[in-house]
Ligand binder design. Structure first.
Ligand code: IMP
Ligand code: MG
Length: 177
């Protein structure tokens, strides 16, 4: 375990099992259709890569980026689009792939933005959900794990761009230096 991590919440094995389950649910729910994944950079990259390989349907994969927290652990209250998705989504079954829903502000912005481009359906798959901190009424359609109000890193999630490479999800030790 990395010295800045006070506790491992989910091991690589826990994550693998949960991603397989999410993929199976999505495969069942969209049977007979093709889907378009839109992953939110950069935190959702490992999740997007694993999830797409656990879905047994024809799919297309795209990414977009929104402004992040910077080096802080609290939300700025706004979310600006930094990089747009490139594939057309009109008439398609679109599934947003997000690392974590915290205040919900980022997700609400993405849903509004992609929703205005006439997808056939628009749903959300989040690896983690932190409902205690929600500031807008939005919830993922698919969720891997519901977590308490702690700041987590690993498996794509960062603190000041560090720890994304950890294979597990752990609670950051904010008092450690
Ligand atoms: P929201 O807009 O407050 O829902 O936050 C969305 C984004 O904040 C996520 O996509 C993450 O990039 C980041 N974030 C929120 N909570 C955490 C956390 O516990 N660890 C790392 N990043 C987080
Ligand atoms: Mg993110």
């Amino acid at each position: 375990m990395h010295c800045d991590i006070q506790k491992i919440l989910y091991t690589a094995e826990d994550i693998r099992a949960q991603v397989l389950q999410l993929g199976a649910m999505i495969t069942r729910d969209y049977r007979g259709k093709s889907i378009q994944l839109v992953g939110i950079l950069k935190g959702a990259v490992p999740f997007l890569n694993d999830l797409m390989r656990s879905i047994d349907l024809p799919l297309r994969s795209d990414v977009m980026a929104l402004s992040s927290y910077g080096d802080r652990t609290v939300s700025s209250g706004t979310a600006t689009i930094l990089k747009d998705a490139t594939l057309d989504i009109e008439g398609r079954e679109v599934l947003i792939v997000e690392d974590i829903v915290d205040t919900g502000i980022t997700l609400q912005r993405v849903v509004e933005y992609l929703g205005s481009r006439s997808p056939a359906t628009l749903k959300v798959c989040a690896l983690l959900d932190k409902p205690a901190r929600r500031r807008v009424a939005i919830n993922p359609d698919y969720c891997g794990f519901i977590i308490p109000d702690v700041f987590v890193v690993g498996y794509g999630l960062d603190y000041a761009e560090a720890y994304r490479e950890l294979p597990y999800i752990g609670v950051l030790n904010v008092t450690c230096d």
